[in-house]
Design a protein around this ligand. Structure first.
Ligand code: GLP
Length: 241
């Protein structure tokens, strides 16, 4: 795993976006899986600006949402589809049919998940990930099988509690749908983004823990092309004090 550590959040954002632009220029029909959450917020804002000034285009790309919360109204701004639209998709030139999202309201969720995996096809060229405080990737909580595909999952109590920051109400989602670890681990390239002091301990554990499904993020150490981008705060445990 490549470790890229930056002195400031600004340089962390600039590098991620610059590499992302490079990937899109080299492979205009890039198939991507993108997370929501607070981590990528400013990365998305900078990428939207890049598209706005003509530095790069998503016109031939495909974007798949990493996960989705269940049990919320379709127009809840905290649903990942709505969040990603608001933070990135509505500001870039991605054709609407190239934006793929999970619909937790569909009666046959299993069939829907199979269709999502079929649409992903040969796998992602690039997956961007945040990291949960317990090492979860998307909604693949500790204990998720490493051969899992897109499926409905129950969220851990700590994940439910920490999701409160995404919502303006107290009806916190108890479950969701997530792209599975098999698909994430089978992607050509994976970038894990971590910023801020709250991620310091899980970044340390991602590197120091035994490689095991009990810490899904640790499984990425076996990926042949995974990069971990940390700012000074999130990467604070990785340098000699
Ligand atoms: C959330 C989401 C993930 C996200 C991660 C980190 O629960 N399901 O997709 O990447 O946890 O979130 P944040 O970036 O807000 O810290």
């Amino acid at each position: 795993m490549n470790l890229l550590r930056f002195d400031s959040e600004e340089s962390w954002i600039a590098k991620v976006v610059s590499l992302w632009r490079d990937r899109l220029r080299t492979t205009p029909d890039l198939t991507m899986c993108l997370p929501t959450g607070t981590t990528p917020l400013r990365v998305y804002a900078e990428m939207a600006r890049s598209v706005g000034v003509g530095l790069v285009s998503f016109a031939r790309a495909r974007v798949f949402v990493l996960d989705e919360f269940g049990g919320l109204a379709a127009d809840d701004p905290g649903r990942t589809r709505n969040t990603l639209r608001h933070q990135l998709i509505d500001a870039i030139d991605l054709p609407p049919p190239a934006f793929h999202f999970l619909d937790p309201d569909i009666p046959d969720v299993t069939r829907h998940c199979k269709a999502y995996d079929a649409a992903i096809g040969d796998g992602f060229d690039l997956v961007l990930l945040g990291i949960g405080l317990n090492g979860h990737l998307g909604m693949n909580e500790p204990g998720s099988p490493s051969d899992s595909t897109t499926r409905r999952v129950d969220l851990h109590t700590t994940t439910i509690e920490s999701s409160a920051r995404y919502f303006s109400h107290h009806n916190l989602p108890q479950w969701g749908i997530t792209v599975g670890l098999k698909t994430i681990l089978g992607s050509k390239e994976v970038w894990v983004l971590a910023n801020g002091a709250s991620k310091r301990e899980i970044v340390r554990r991602m590197i120091a823990d035994e490689i095991s499904p009990s810490n899904p993020a640790s499984l990425l150490r076996r990926h042949p092309n995974c990069s971990l981008f940390v700012d000074a705060e999130a990467g604070g445990s990785l340098i000699a004090e």
